[in-house]
Design a protein around this ligand. Structure first.
Ligand code: ADP
Length: 230
C-alpha cells in the first residue's frame, strides 16, 4: 500500500511538472503564431518564404491548441460537470486534423450514430482525448492506411467511441507500458510519451474507460466508454 501511495504521489508530481512545462510553452507559442500572421500579411513575399512561414504558423497554432487542451485538463479537477456531444467533438477534431490525414494518404472512415445521447463530460477534455488517439493513429500510418471512427451505444447507459487504425500494431510487451508517462517509441521531436498517460487520466476523471487491442501487422483499436448525461 505504501508503495502504491508513493507511486501515486510521484505520478501527481509528474503531472504537475508536465503542466508547468506546458504553461511555459504557451507564451512563446502565441508570439510565434502572431508574428507569423503579421509576416503573412505582407504582399511581396517570395513563394517559398510564404510557404515556410505558413507551415510555421500552422504547426505553432497546432501546438498552442494542444497545450491549451493539456492545461484545461489540469485545471478542471473538482470543476462542475458539463455535457458533450461525442459526434460533434469528433467532427471538430477531424476538421482540425484533416490535413494531417491527407498528408499521410490516410482515408478516414466515419461510422457515427447521431441518435446518441450527450455524455457527462467536459467537451474540451474529450477533445484532448480524441486528438491524442487520432494523432497517434495517424503517426502510426506514415505510409497511408485507414482510420476508423465509430460511435455507438454501450451497455449500462454509456456511449462507446472507437478509434481504429490499420497501422503496424503494437507488440504485446509494449502494450503494458503504453499508458505510463514518458513511454514513447517516437523520436524526441514527435513524442513526449505523455499523450496516453494524459488520455487515461482524463478518462478516469470523467468516469470513463479506455481499452486497447492490437495485432502486429494489422492495426490498433482504442475503445472508450463514457457515462451518459442525466
Ligand atoms: P507519444 O505519442 O508522445 O509517443 P503516447 O503516450 O501518446 O506518447 O504513445 C506512446 C507510444 O504508444 C507511442 O510512442 C507508440 O509507440 C505507441 N502507440 C500509441 N498509439 C499507437 C497506435 N495507434 N499504433 C501504434 N503504436 C501506438
Amino acid at each position: 500500500l505504501l508503495d502504491l501511495l508513493a507511486f501515486n504521489e510521484k505520478m501527481a508530481e509528474l503531472g504537475k511538472m508536465a503542466s508547468g512545462v506546458v504553461h511555459e510553452l504557451n507564451t512563446p507559442l502565441s508570439v510565434i503564431v502572431s508574428a507569423t500572421q503579421m509576416i503573412l500579411r505582407e504582399d511581396e513575399l517570395p513563394d517559398f518564404v510564404r510557404e515556410l512561414v505558413e507551415r510555421i504558423n500552422l504547426e505553432a497554432a497546432r501546438l498552442a491548441e494542444l497545450t491549451k487542451g493539456v492545461l484545461s485538463f489540469s485545471r478542471v479537477e473538482g470543476g462542475g460537470w458539463r455535457e458533450a456531444d461525442v459526434n460533434q467533438v469528433l467532427r471538430d477534431v477531424m476538421a482540425f486534423l484533416r490535413y494531417e490525414a491527407q498528408k499521410r494518404s490516410v482515408t478516414v472512415i466515419e461510422d457515427l450514430d447521431f441518435r446518441l445521447p450527450f455524455i457527462a463530460a467536459d467537451g474540451n477534455r474529450v477533445k484532448q482525448v480524441f486528438i491524442n488517439l487520432i494523432m497517434n493513429a495517424l503517426q502510426a500510418m506514415e505510409e497511408g492506411g485507414k482510420l476508423f471512427l465509430r460511435t455507438l451505444p454501450a451497455e449500462g447507459a454509456r456511449v462507446m467511441v472507437q478509434v481504429a487504425d490499420t497501422g503496424p500494431g503494437i507488440p504485446a510487451a509494449t502494450l503494458e507500458r503504453l499508458f505510463t508517462p514518458f513511454f514513447t517509441t517516437k523520436g524526441p521531436e514527435e513524442g513526449t510519451g505523455l499523450g496516453l498517460f494524459v488520455t487515461r487520466k482524463i478518462m478516469e476523471g470523467v468516469g470513463g474507460t479506455i481499452a486497447v487491442e492490437s495485432a502486429v501487422g494489422e492495426g490498433t483499436t482504442f475503445t472508450l466508454t463514457f457515462p451518459v448525461a442525466e
